[in-house]
Design a protein around this ligand. Structure first.
Ligand code: ADP
Length: 233
């Protein structure tokens, strides 16, 4: 059974189509990488899955434990957002801000935040100002925050953007570890090598059509040759 099914989706801004005729599905525990040139609609697609953008037409549906409001999202980070004036703990706890009408967080919420900080190896930084962390540590904290929203499905928008090679490989291995433990991962990446070496399936968005299939099918299709022109590593 699919956890996420997208059927004949069209997405547009002010009537101008960004994505057209898109269909794919993601099963529980799968690792899907979304690739494509800048402006091909990858972030717009993620926003539509999160119901932040309403499709022009088509369907986005959830099953098998996934549902709107219970998806962990790690948005693409802009430098300005990295200066957020809050402690690490406050950043992670903000995942629950929309889930409580009380001015306090419940014990269960605090425990979940602590568990996720521990899981991502940043619990020792809980009281530190978020803005003083390295880029890699900040991404781990934001991933911990995303995990507070879900036990089923993570949407990651270029999670290694701006990270140095060590922090990049650490981030990828944490994501793979979560996936190995059963988390469904949908990740936008420019890193085609990581995509084809790690993902089960590839979705390649392109103005002239899309590719969706297994990594092996993608490599055999020639669809990604322009992105792969640097050669696989
Ligand atoms: P990608 O993530 O693949 O780089 P995006 O989804 O960010 O692509 O953008 C797809 C297209 O939609 C681009 O042409 C972009 O300029 C346009 N776009 C993105 N956000 C908006 C917006 N809020 N209003 C109007 N156009 C937008």
């Amino acid at each position: 059974m699919s956890q996420l099914t997208v059927k004949n989706l069209e997405l547009a801004y002010e009537g101008k189509a960004v994505v057209k005729g898109l269909s794919f599905d993601v099963k529980k525990g799968e690792y899907l990488c979304v690739v494509g040139e800048n402006g091909s609609g990858k972030t717009t697609l993620m926003k539509s899955i999160l119901r932040l953008i309403k499709p022009q037409s088509g369907e986005i549906s959830f099953a098998d434990g996934a549902r709107v409001g219970r998806i962990g999202y790690l948005p693409q980070q802009k430098t300005a957002q990295r200066d957020f004036p809050a402690s690490v703990k406050e950043v992670v706890m903000s995942a629950f801000a929309s889930k409580t009408w009380l001015p306090v967080y419940t014990k269960a919420m605090k425990q979940k935040a602590e568990q996720n900080l521990e899981l991502l190896n940043v619990s020792g930084l809980a009281e530190h100002p978020f803005s003083e962390l390295s880029g890699g540590q900040q991404q781990r904290v934001l991933l911990a925050r995303a995990l507070c929203a879900t036990e089923k499905m993570l949407l990651l928008d270029e999670p290694v953007n701006g990270l140095d090679p060590t922090a990049t490989s650490e981030m990828y291995s944490v994501i793979k570890q979560l996936n190995d433990q059963g988390m469904t991962v949908i990740m936008i990446t420019h890193d085609i090598n990581t995509a084809v070496n790690t993902a089960d399936k590839i979705l390649h968005l392109n103005q002239d059509g899309h590719f969706f299939g297994t990594t092996e099918e993608y490599l055999a299709s020639g669809f990604g040759d322009a992105l792969l022109k640097g050669g696989l590593k």
